[in-house]
Design a protein around this ligand. Structure first.
Ligand code: GRF
Length: 222
């Protein structure tokens, strides 16, 4: 599946830390992306990340840059940027990359750095999103793909999918239901990005110049 950098029109670098189920969904949908778009490299901060095996199985190159080998966040992020920039990516995808990023990193990739977050942002930035949704008695939970800006989990929203919260849900059950939706919306967001269909205006994402978000909010009922 991977191509040499000479022929690559649209290299994508994916950063992971764990299971890599979102990475898998992106690998499985690469054929839907604009031609020339492909995952050129998967980078993990965690040598044990299962996602590394998923990538290798699909013939995608991987690198581990272990944060434990660096004294602080700025030096880690600087090393990460050097590695990422070797592939000249047009898009950098955070797929369960469980690290806060420096503002230098975020501004370096501004407009080509996206993330998936397991909540209906702006609700529940940060961790433990499913537990918080349950404790607050929310009837809906979901996931959001967004551009990354300096504000944690605060950048312009590309696409969201919601699922109902069942009365007896625990956070694992809810997480599983949300994750299944993540696997739909992340490849779709990347497809749109590679097709050049996304623009950002006044901190809002437009699809094909349209702000009305119809195709960008997917509501799943029981
Ligand atoms: C997902 O829930 C994602 O929203 C969050 O981290 C999790 C990663 O899961 N940022 P996976 O590694 O893609 O399976």
């Amino acid at each position: 599946m991977s191509q040499s950098s000479e022929t690559a029109a649209f290299p994508i670098v994916v950063l992971i830390s764990g299971s890599g189920s979102n990475l898998q969904s992106i690998i499985d949908r690469q054929q839907d992306f604009e031609s020339g778009a492909y995952i050129s490299m998967v980078i993990s901060n965690n040598p044990e990340a299962h996602g590394l095996q998923r990538a290798r199985k699909s013939g995608i190159s991987t690198i581990v840059i272990n944060h434990r080998d660096y004294p602080d966040r700025p030096s880690y992020d600087a090393a990460l940027m050097v590695e990422i920039d070797r592939y000249q990516p047009k898009l950098v995808v955070l797929a369960g990359f469980m690290r806060l990023l420096t503002t230098d990193f975020v501004s370096h990739y501004s407009g080509r750095l996206i993330n998936i977050h397991p909540s209906l942002l702006p609700r529940y930035p940060g961790l433990n999103t499913h537990q918080r949704a349950i404790e607050n008695g929310d009837r809906k939970a979901g996931a959001t793909v967004h551009y990354v800006t300096a504000e944690v989990d605060g950048g312009p929203i590309i696409i969201q999918a919601s699922v109902p919260v069942a009365a007896d849900d625990n956070s694992q059950q809810l997480a599983q239901r949300v994750l299944a939706q993540e696997h739909h919306i992340y490849p779709r967001a990347i497809q749109w990005f590679t097709q050049g269909r996304l623009t950002v205006k006044d901190n809002k994402v437009l699809l094909d110049g349209d702000e009305s978000a119809q195709q960008r909010i997917i509501s799943n009922e029981i």
